[in-house]
Design a protein around this ligand. Structure first.
Ligand code: AMP
Ligand code: MG
Length: 519
């Protein structure tokens, strides 16, 4: 094994890939907080770093070693009255962490347990309300014995234990931070007491925009990473086409009657979308929203639309119907019922803004991974970059190879992310705006670019354009791309790439035929 391969091997343990097929993202942290405290008018958060004695007490209650050095304890408020506390935590299930929120009332009795992310292939029943409800009303003095106080679920025994131990851990932490001291958190709007933090490797994952956002930062403070998460949560409220109250949804409604003024993030994201729409000859087009809807990919598992549904949706597609005025920062539509879906660019945009937050706070080495849209700040000490595995489009256990990422972004789009099979044919979520149907010539595309925004949008475009035209657009856009042609049954994979990515790629055994190195 070469030194580089060896260092990759060691470093790869730092990276967890969100897209391993089993990961289920249920709720974002803000949504889970709202679900736990629907009557809350505001939330505040404080950090709690338990002393050695408190740590030992928390460990005794949970029956597991404590892996957190500190807790972020949210408090929920309604008109100056404290409603309760909530903590998002992780416990390992069989092999992988379960991310969940535990909320209590102001006296420390469980009021909600919500699973945010579940990554195991079995045991997902613990996310059901019927299981979680058993924990409601429990306090630190309740024993929570498995099979006695908490009914077990066969096939999910380990996950049941992880959740139960985690609930006891959170109850003990809230008790140590506030209840046993007779203390209350600072109400919203007042400065929270400062907690001394230590620099080190911070690695956290949080659900956002319906996907998993994972940040690994070296020599960083936990509050640096929390600030990056907060930035992405803020952008979700701006860019989401799922939320009726997002800035995007409100702007589309306003633009029916005249130019709508946009905030900086929405305007910048739409400008970037327009650049990629132009560069890709319309292959990337955020007005595909009605198509995504008739194909059943907006929140559903997918369906084949009737011909008339498809043509009605296609009639509402075309980014040329959207005018952006750079002086007034407005958007105008010449089709009033036009809809926008920023699903192919929004996560990349959020990654860039999160990287900006980390950089501004002095973080010099970090990797942000938002469901295959990644940005690297610097590199781990002594390394050329962060190792990033390029997944194999048809075998999630295998990879096409590895690239090292430093102060650059990478994004992969594939026909396996959201898809269904009918009569032996695969239908997927990347739609060709010209035909209204799933794109058919490439099954995966990876783009390396200066920004994650561009990499995200262009990787989606490349899936529509296919290997040969995609490679031309990559070259004219000044980015690197590796595009995998739609596989022929029984044939080997055909990968087409730009020269630099091919020279940088440490090709895996399963890469198949590679074209384009000669440039
Ligand atoms: P990505 O995973 O970044 O490739 O984005 C795919 C998502 O973008 C889909 O789930 C749709 O919501 C949306 N989408 C599908 N086709 C297109 C397209 N041709 N241009 C822009 N967005 C698209
Ligand atoms: Mg994309």
């Amino acid at each position: 094994m070469s030194i580089r391969a060896l260092s990759w091997f060691l470093l790869a343990s730092l990276i967890v890939h969100a897209e391993d097929g089993n990961t289920r993202v249920y709720l974002s942290e803000p949504d889970a907080l709202r679900e736990a405290f629907p009557e809350a008018t505001s939330f505040s958060s404080e950090r709690f770093r338990p002393s050695e004695e408190e740590r030992a007490r928390i460990e005794r209650h949970s029956g597991r070693p404590l892996h957190e050095s500190e807790f972020c304890i949210h408090s929920a408020w309604s008109a100056g009255t404290l409603l309760g506390y909530a903590v998002v935590t992780e416990e390992i299930g069989c092999f992988k962490p379960i991310t969940f929120l535990v909320a209590t009332d102001a006296k420390g009795a469980v009021r909600q347990v919500s699973v945010l992310v579940y990554r195991e292939c079995r045991g997902g029943e613990i996310a059901r309300l019927r299981f979680r409800k058993q924990l409601f009303g429990k306090t630190l003095s309740d024993p929570l014995r498995q099979n006695q106080d908490i009914v077990n679920i066969s096939g999910a025994t380990v996950s049941v234990k992880s959740i139960t131990d985690g609930v006891r851990k959170v109850l003990a932490a809230i008790d140590a931070a506030y209840l046993s001291r007779g203390a209350t958190p600072a109400p919203p709007g007042t400065a929270a007491p400062a907690v001394s933090e230590e620099r080190g490797t911070v690695r956290r994952a949080r659900p956002a925009m319906g996907a998993l956002l994972e940040i690994t930062a070296l020599e960083a403070l936990p509050s640096d990473v929390d600030a990056a998460f907060r930035e992405v949560a803020r952008l979700e409220r701006v860019l989401s086409h799922y939320r009726a109250d997002s800035e995007l949804s409100l702007a589309l409604r306003a633009a029916r009657t005249g130019p709508a003024r946009l905030g900086d993030d929405l305007f910048e994201c739409l400008l970037a979308a327009r650049r990629v729409w132009e560069a890709s000859g319309g292959a990337f087009d955020p007005t595909v929203a009605p198509l995504v809807e008739v194909w059943g990919f907006k929140g559903g598992g997918g369906r084949v639309p009737e011909a008339d549904e498809l043509s009605a949706a296609l009639a509402r597609v075309g980014f040329h119907h959207v005018a952006l005025d750079c002086d007034r920062r407005t958007m105008s539509l010449d089709l009033p019922d036009l809809a926008l879906d920023l699903g192919a660019i929004g996560k990349g945009y959020a990654v860039d803004r999160a990287a900006e937050v980390l950089r501004a706070r002095g973080v010099r080495a970090a990797l942000i991974d938002f469901a295959g849209n990644m940005a690297a700040i610097g590199a781990p000490p002594g390394e050329d970059g962060w190792p990033v595995l390029l997944r194999h489009p048809r075998n999630p256990e295998s990879s096409l190879g590895v690239v090292f990422l430093k102060d650059r972004a990478i994004s992969t789009s594939g026909d396996y992310e959201k898809c269904f099979v009918l009569d032996g044919k695969r239908y997927h979520h990347i739609l060709d705006p010209r035909t209204g149907r799933p794109a058919g010539t490439a099954c995966q595309a990876t783009v390396l670019a200066a920004t994650a925004t561009e990499a995200d949008a262009l990787s989606t475009a490349m899936c529509v354009l296919g290997p040969d035209r995609g490679r031309e657009v990559a070259i004219s856009s000044g980015v690197e791309a590796l595009i995998v042609a739609e596989p022929v049954p029984g044939g080997e994979l055909r990968c087409v790439g730009t020269p630099r990515i091919l020279s940088e790629l440490h090709v895996g055994e399963d890469c198949g035929a590679v074209e384009g190195a000669e440039g």
